[in-house]
Design a protein around this ligand. Structure first.
Ligand code: FAD
Length: 284
């Protein structure tokens, strides 16, 4: 409550995307400096509000204490909590809930993830063809390695402003079930990206800088039936007082959906704790 990380960040609309839709506004919004700055801003806001953040402290067990409380075990450390929002990916959530909500754990264990890599390429702007739009998606039937490309210097003004002589773009590699892709050498992923970019856009320039970022197990996959599965998970977890779930495994993989699921978890915990306020839970 009251933590407003957004106040410290400059939210920016995308440059090229609005024009691409013809709708006037942009269909994308970002954060100046990159969305990667968001977790740091959230952490600063949490600390400023008196919260403590423990890093490199994976939770290894959850234990019930009494009727409503929890113990959160991380190595030698045991934290006592009135409430817990479990915001890990599905696998760790399944392990932590196995003892307390086996049906939920079983459903969580069935959620599959895709691993992907981002290849960031910087070119001399003077050597670029005239690219339009904010990027493109590649359907699997095309048989190419990359699954998408984002023209970062066209999509985000702050990227163009930060390096006016350069043109930065990204490709992404690694569809669901293509785990092997992210284990390819950096140079190999760069070469495959350049080949596919040339086929899609005619780009023939050599990059002046490249970087590859891997996201193992980064994206949960939602098959047909996912909504029903999430409903079953929530129903099973609802039986655990003071514990709720949140994150990309449930209502959408995008950051706004993750934040919404965290709000929902917090609201439910507050509502149930108010119902169980002093006196309400006592019987004679
Ligand atoms: C390459 C890539 C690009 C993306 N681009 C966009 C985009 O442009 N826009 C957008 O909206 N979304 C995007 N997404 C999706 C979005 O970023 C993610 O879905 C979202 O950040 C997931 O947030 P989360 O908090 O649910 O999970 P995570 O960010 O995965 O956080 C889960 C945390 O749980 C921790 N954890 C795991 N096990 C334990 C344990 N036992 N104890 C304690 N902690 C544990 C992990 O270390 C991790 O920090 C992208 C995702 C990827 C991979």
């Amino acid at each position: 409550e009251g933590v407003d990380a957004g106040a410290q960040l400059a939210a920016v609309p995308a440059d090229a995307a609005g024009a691409a839709t013809g709708l006037g506004g942009s269909v994308f919004a970002g954060v100046e400096g990159g969305v990667g700055t968001l977790p740091g801003a959230v952490a600063d806001a949490v600390r400023a509000a008196g919260g403590e953040i423990l890093l490199n402290a994976p939770v290894t067990a959850l234990r019930r204490t009494g009727a409503t409380g929890w113990q959160v075990v991380s190595g030698d450390r045991v934290l006592t909590a009135d409430a817990v929002v479990l915001a890990t990916p599905a696998g760790p959530a399944a392990a932590l809930l196995a003892e307390h909500a086996p049906a939920a754990a079983c459903e969580l264990g069935a959620i599959e993830y895709a691993s992907m890599a981002l290849v960031t390429l910087a070119f001399r702007r003077s050597e670029m063809p005239d690219l339009t739009g904010s990027g493109f998606l590649v359907p699997p039937v095309d048989g190419h390695t990359i699954k998408a490309s984002t023209f970062s210097s066209r999509k985000w003004r702050w990227v163009a402003d930060a390096a006016p002589d350069l043109f930065v773009l990204r490709t992404s590699v690694g569809r669901h079930g293509e785990e092997e892709q992210i284990h390819r050498e950096d140079a190999d992923l760069v070469a495959a990206s350049l080949k596919d970019l040339a086929a899609a856009t005619g780009l023939g320039a050599r990059p002046v800088a490249t970087t590859v970022t891997r996201w193992p197990g980064g994206l949960p996959q939602y098959p047909i039936g996912h909504l029903a599965r999430v409903a079953r998970i929530r129903e099973a977890v609802a039986g655990l007082p003071g514990l709720r779930i949140a994150g990309a495994a449930y209502d959408g993989v995008g950051v706004p959906a993750c934040v919404a699921s965290a709000h929902r978890a917090a609201d439910e915990i507050i509502a149930t704790s108010e119902t169980a306020a002093p006196g309400a839970g006592h019987s004679s």
